[in-house]
Design a protein around this ligand. Sequence first.
Ligand SMILES: C[S@@+](CC[C@H](N)C(=O)[O-])C[C@H]1O[C@@H](n2cnc3c(N)ncnc32)[C@H](O)[C@@H]1O
Length: 282
Amino acid sequence: MSDSHGTSGEDWADARGALWLAELDSYEQMLELLGIALLDRAALENGQHVADIGCGGGRTSRLAAHLVAPEGSVQGVDIAPMLMAEATRRAEAEGLRNLRFSTGDAASFVPEGAPFDRLLSRLGIMFFADPAAAFANLRRLLKDGGQADFAVWAAPQDNVWMSGARAIVAEHIELPVADPLAPGPFALADPDRFASLLRDAGFSQVDMQAWYGPIRVGGTGSDAAKAAEFSLRAFSFATVLVGAEAGLEEAIREKVIAFFRQFETPDGVQVPGKAWLVRAMA
Ligand SMILES: C[S@@+](CC[C@H](N)C(=O)[O-])C[C@H]1O[C@@H](n2cnc3c(N)ncnc32)[C@H](O)[C@@H]1O
């Protein structure tokens, strides 16, 4: 099920996963700095066995595989089979021998190699229909004393790279009211709620750090037109534009281009974003 902010695991296994695959390079460039911040904070070491949850095309998994080599390994898990096929292809092309991918719903799936020393996730854990059950499963994937490092988006108003374009669309087409707790990119934006979920699932020493950084909408070096085109094609709320009359779509596009123009820099569009880097111990 999907609304203007919401995206569930089922969506990812199907149309949403296919769209992420079609836009994979742009998405991964957009999220690169957040991934680096996550890995810096995780400080992985040679010999550790890591699971990357909701790993998508596997960029973070590949970086992690280098960090734990030669003796450690990474197991990427994702609900979208087409993303696991592409992640496998990319890891093989890079010659990585300590990285595997499995298709599964992280809410219940137990991948080969569990329990792990470490769990990682860049934005792959906000889509669970039953977060309490899902985090209990993630806890079981960690050895006692193991560490989880997650990155999740902060509130929509702190992430205008998405909410700005959404607000423009909403001026013209009625969007469903976004349920802040429904599965979707902002489902874990409330740090107190997220910390409670983790504690109830058996994690301890929950530590949250705010991350602020530029979001390169449309990928590295994009301009306002490219950022607008990307957001109206790739963000989940944009599905309401399918079938819209051409004049309306054009009017929205022009406004979204104007919105992104204020964030153009010599290095491309860079819109301020905020995420939470969350560490928890098992
Ligand atoms: C926003 S994307 C992030 C992908 C990747 N971590 C990255 O940063 O490039 C969210 C990912 O979570 C995956 N996902 C969503 N629900 C899931 C679930 N229940 N179990 C496993 N993966 C899930 C999606 O298929 C998608 O690849």
